[in-house]
Design a binder for this molecule. Structure first.
Ligand code: FUL
Length: 484
């Protein structure tokens, strides 16, 4: 009797011990670098709109020389609420407006120049495009960002230290007048010929030293600590190395900014793919225009990208862990043209149709291992719809297999995976197999996953899928799996 009780107690203590050690399985260590909370929020946006609208809209140019009369800016029926409601309806989360392009014309009545809307016939000089767009965004719940071209072909003092004060004053003005700017876009095009207050000459600046960016960025950060800075090399988000909206098939969010400079051989590829060993988290923002040009030109009404083209770009940007910044330029009325609206709506419909039924939602997912055999890291986390839970393996285990039983035969076209990037980007390569004709067949082989990877495969009928993590910088940590 006594012995029985002793054994019973021993079993209880052992079970208690086991359950405690189980609960104690620690999450994987953070693998630096990781995104800041502001970058994390930026990643979640996925789809933002660029809006190129200015004097060029009325001169039919892409780059104004800087000598254009303010009188030319005269939209006949500007309606920022039309832009923003179409964008909201079609899935966009934020907007970046060209407050000032290279020609120097300002879309808001800046106190520091006469070259702005205040001297235009539009609303008799009392209008403010920046204000109207910022207000429409606030109303519809979209974030508002601004592009302020560092290069200014109008300003007489461009190239001298006085211009840097002018530029900083304008930034101060923007951040004071229009609060909650989520992103500042600093274009890389710099220096060349221009009007420059009537001098009509070519001016070259040293792009590395002239602007003294650290001081400018610190000034902005004081006004808005969460703002994201876009420039070729970040520090918030980086250029993709092309203007086609395409991220590298291998896409590391990591890069070492001190290795980047304009004109460096191979810089486009480096920006496009990042660097596995990069010192900073600076993800790609993929910018591209819905038309051949960035500004509206009536002759391009027939060459607006089709919904299929936009969806393909989406797969090659968002589907490679990046964010898509799609430019839609308002026409001379100051509205999105019907062709662009039609295409945006078609894109949204195509996107929603392609990603209608997530077959992974009700699937049974098994892993050959999971961290500490602790349920918190089991593969159930992949399909629970909660992006804060994840499947992870033990430290040092950089290879693993997931098997997904779909319960019925379906036609599969897309596999979506997301790493839990708060703990760092890890996966270096993985493959996908489907069960067909009584055997496993490889349908895809890929490299990085990052914030989101959408693999498009040739449609295949199957009821079982295998995902093999083949190599990773540290144990894989995956928060989401979807199958369409
Ligand atoms: C480029 C500019 O020169 C184009 O005009 C456009 O604004 C594009 C987004 O960036 O560098």
């Amino acid at each position: 009797m006594r012995l029985n009780k002793y054994i019973f107690n021993l079993v209880c203590v052992t079970l208690l011990f086991l359950s405690c050690t189980k609960r104690k399985t620690l999450p994987p260590d953070v693998l630096l670098p990781v995104p800041t909370p502001a970058q994390q929020a930026w990643h979640e946006m996925e789809l933002n709109a660029f809006i190129h609208f200015s004097i060029n809209t009325f001169t039919d140019k892409e780059w104004g020389y800087g000598d254009e009369s303010e009188k030319l800016f005269n939209p006949t029926a500007l309606d920022a609420t039309q832009w923003i409601s179409v964008l909201k309806e079609t899935g966009f989360k934020g907007v970046i407006l060209t407050g000032k392009h290279h020609d120097g014309f300002c879309l808001w009545p800046s106190a520091y120049t006469d070259h702005s809307v205040k001297n235009s016939p539009w609303k008799n000089g009392s209008g403010d495009v920046v204000e109207e767009v910022a207000r429409a965004c606030a109303k519809e719940g979209l974030k508002f960002g601004i592009y302020l071209s560092p290069w200014d072909r109008h300003q007489a003092n461009y190239g001298t230290p006085a211009y840097i004060d002018y530029y900083r004053n304008q930034l101060n003005e923007l951040f004071t007048r229009y609060p909650s700017i989520f992103e500042m876009w600093f274009d890389g095009a710099n220096g060349g010929d221009g009007y420059y207050g009537g001098q009509r000459e070519t001016r070259k600046i040293n792009g590395r030293t002239y602007y003294d960016w650290p001081t400018t960025l610190a000034q902005i950060k004081k006004m808005d600590s969460t703002v994201i800075f876009f420039s070729d090399a970040g520090p918030g988000v980086r250029w993709s190395g092309n203007e086609k909206g395409i991220a590298g098939e291998t896409n590391w969010n990591l890069i070492s900014p001190d290795t980047l400079y304009a004109g460096k051989p191979g810089i486009e590829k480096l920006l496009n793919e990042g660097n596995e060993a990069g010192s900073h988290w600076i993800p790609i923002e993929c910018d591209v225009s819905i038309r051949p040009g960035w500004f509206y030109h009536a002759k391009e009404d027939t060459s607006v990208k089709t919904p299929e083209q936009l969806f393909d770009i989406y797969l090659k940007s968002v589907g490679r862990g990046s964010l898509l910044l799609l430019n839609i330029p308002p026409d001379r009325r100051g509205q999105f043209h019907d062709e662009d609206v039609k295409s945006l709506r078609g894109f949204k419909k195509l996107h929603d149709d392609e990603f209608k039924v997530n077959y992974a939602r009700n699937a049974i997912v098994k892993a050959d291992s999971y961290r500490g055999n602790d349920d918190r890291y089991s593969p159930v986390a992949l399909t629970d719809g909660n992006k804060e839970t994840y499947w992870a393996t033990d430290d040092g285990k950089t290879k693993a297999t997931l098997e997904i039983n779909l319960n019925k035969r379906v036609t599969v076209k897309y596999i979506v995976l997301q790493e839990y990037i708060k703990l760092g980007q890890r996966v270096k390569s993985f493959s996908v197999h489907v069960y067909k004709n009584k055997s496993w067949q490889e349908v895809a082989m890929a490299t990085t996953i990052g914030r989101k990877r959408i693999l498009k495969i040739d449609p295949v009928e199957t009821d079982k899928i295998k995902i093999r993590i083949l190599n990773a910088k540290a144990c894989p940590v995956i928060s989401n799996l979807e199958i369409y």
